[in-house]
Design a binder for this molecule. Structure first.
Ligand code: PAJ
Length: 278
């Protein structure tokens, strides 16, 4: 496994890789969710490239950029075990050179849900992902359903800018109690960790009601919010039942929906989602 941080080195090693090249962009502090993407890339591609870059422009001024967990040595050992060919760990100055002023924005799909609550977040994501794609030049790129809106926005970006990469969205990996794996789970206290599966409980309660015939979007949202409100350590930010393609909140009969939510445990903000289909 080659580990490079300079762009020239990346391009040189990349040019010697066999196609198809699969790419898994990450912000590091890797867990089984990230590794599931790497494994899928490994299964489908001749070569696998991973990037580790904590992208400053996708964090808001009051978010956790400085405190974002990092452990490069451990990450590299995990990636080595998955037979990754190339890891790119760019410096911030490589991605954002002095005088940087060019941004990529996806308009409508970023204005709802996470985008509405985290202004500028998706502009940072779409800009960095475009740049990572330009530098790595992958054939296939792997993202997680865990960040459903991010995956949808990246699909849109790739279509709209004719980027020659196939986007593959992989299922959410969970702990046995249902908590979706996230680098941010390490911020939870022991008590909060015990309370955190409430997100998945709320989503599955609404899913169960849907499977039992409940088709009113508002009723499904209420099942989710009632479940979260019953957990004293959890502070619900939103519970959404939206069109899975446009993310517009559904108001009437539900046939397909993306159920999604964001919940605070003190300062730690967790998100999760589930796709409903008849
Ligand atoms: P990061 O949060 O490190 O996540 C990297 C990838 O892992 C994303 O595609 C995310 O959806 C996926 N992932 C995270 N938790 C997962 C889980 N429990 N199951 C399955 N997949 C999971 O997302 C980012 O980084 C950044 O925004 C990035 C795309 C790298 C741009 O900076």
């Amino acid at each position: 496994m080659k580990v490079v941080s300079e762009l020239l080195e990346l391009r040189s090693v990349r040019s010697g890789l066999e196609s198809p090249v699969g790419f898994v962009p990450t912000m590091g502090y890797l867990h089984e969710g990230h590794l599931s993407l790497v494994r899928q890339a490994r299964a489908e591609c001749r070569s696998v490239v991973t990037s580790i870059f904590v992208n400053p422009t996708q964090f808001g001024p009051k978010e956790d950029l400085a405190a974002y967990p990092r452990d490069l040595e451990r990450d590299l050992a995990l990636l080595n075990r998955e037979y990754v060919d190339l890891v790119w760990t760019p410096e911030p100055e490589t991605i954002y050179p002095p005088g940087f002023q060019t941004w990529v924005t996806v308009e409508e799909a970023t204005q709802r849900l996470e985008g509405a609550l985290r202004p500028g977040h998706f502009r940072g994501v779409t800009t960095v992902v475009t740049k990572l794609f330009n530098c790595v030049d992958p054939d296939r790129a792997y993202f997680g359903q865990k960040d459903a809106q991010q995956s949808l926005v990246i699909r849109r970006l790739v279509q709209d800018l004719n980027i020659p990469v196939k986007v593959i969205v992989c299922p959410t990996v969970r702990e046995t109690d249902g908590l979706a794996l996230s680098s941010r789970n390490v911020y939870l206290s022991e008590q909060e960790r015990q309370a955190a599966p409430v997100l998945y409980r709320a989503l599955t309660a609404a899913q169960l009601a849907f499977l039992d015939g409940e088709r009113q979007a508002e009723a499904l949202r209420k099942i989710m919010s009632d479940t979260v409100i019953a957990e004293p350590l959890a502070d619900l930010q939103y519970a959404s039942c939206a069109d899975p393609d446009t993310l517009i909140e559904l108001e009437s009969r539900v046939e397909r929906a993306l159920l999604s939510m964001a919940v605070f445990f003190r300062k730690t903000r967790l998100i999760d989602n589930l796709l409903l289909e008849e």
